[in-house]
Design a protein around this ligand. Sequence first.
Ligand code: NDP
Ligand code: PHD
Length: 337
Amino acid sequence: MKKYNVAILGATGAVGQEMLKVLGERNFPYGELKLLASKRSAGEEVEFQGKKFVIEEATENSFENINVVLCAAENYISEALSPAAVKAGAVVIDNSSAFRLNDDVPLVVPEVNPEDVKNHKGIIANPNCSTIIALTALNELNKYAKINRMVVSTFQAVSGAGVNGIKELDQQISDINSGKTVEIKTFAHQIAYNVIPQIGDFDEMGYSQEEMKMQNEGRKIFHNPDLKVNCTCVRVPVYRSHSESITIETEKEITPEKARELLANADGVKLVDDPASKKYPMPLDTSNQDLIYVGRVRKDISQDNSLVLWCCGDQVRKGAATNAVQIAEVLVKENLI
Ligand SMILES: NC(=O)C1=CN([C@@H]2O[C@H](COP(=O)(O)OP(=O)(O)OC[C@H]3O[C@@H](n4cnc5c(N)ncnc54)[C@H](OP(=O)(O)O)[C@@H]3O)[C@@H](O)[C@H]2O)C=CC1
Ligand SMILES: N[C@@H](CC(=O)OP(=O)(O)O)C(=O)O
């Protein structure tokens, strides 16, 4: 079997560490494996599949002989290093938001628009985590009856802000329980025992950057430039898995029964919808795996052709690492690397 040399850029981060796990779990046919991070982590050892790997400092010269770069670093790092990786002949699958809306960069959720990878020019973008979760959940409904409008509220786990987000919740809980003063570094306010209706900076309309991604990226992935989305993103003191309350308005009616039938057979989705038995998706049940759980499916009683649903998914997995590895698998299958 042909092997592909893989580099993970940001290998010590929340997403990078998960990428390594997912490569192993899905038996991705990797040959050479390079783990890249900042100078701070260079020299650290990581054990993977019985072998020791040493973290290297990422530089423009890190990508010789690499076929695929799984990039899990901030925008400015991806902007600085992805072009060098492409120049060296690699395909970059980028988790940052740096290139997502560029015309020559496919933005791909493999369950929804895998064919878009064909137009890549070296960089393929992984969408925003909440957007991946919502669109995976909605794909079959959108195919049955085009979605014209979405109203979304997200409840986003602290790991969405990386390893520092996890540390901050841990630290604040421990400080509060031992009567110490709470320190705030990563989030705008105390996150322990709180919810914060801000993820990213606000624009002049009052929407945060994170909130606008659902519309801007959703339009590109669904190939629907007229899709209208109104989104509110909230950080909650949950470690893993984002939850979303979603209302969709469709071009023709989808009854809740039909929606459940479509969701029960949707790729990447698990229907958990039995409220009478207290069964619905919750982050504690959806973490460390890849399915997007959907439930609480019901008619929107406030307007026609509208449905309300609730979904949860592990944003470090399907919302980031797994989606990226799935894109690499499409490239392999289509002989595009
Ligand atoms: N967390 C999530 O759920 C999701 C994250 N994303 C996106 O994925 C990317 C990574 O996020 P996440 O894993 O959460 O972040 P983390 O903060 O957990 O990890 C950041 C990674 O970037 C590395 N890094 C920092 N500075 C440099 C540098 N100068 N050169 C090379 N590498 C560097 C860090 O290495 P070191 O340890 O050495 O500092 C670390 O490996 C971001 O673009 C984020 O927006 C997308 C979807 C979901
Ligand atoms: N901002 C998301 C995670 C993320 O990194 O998104 P993006 O890749 O769109 O910046 C969160 O905090 O939960």
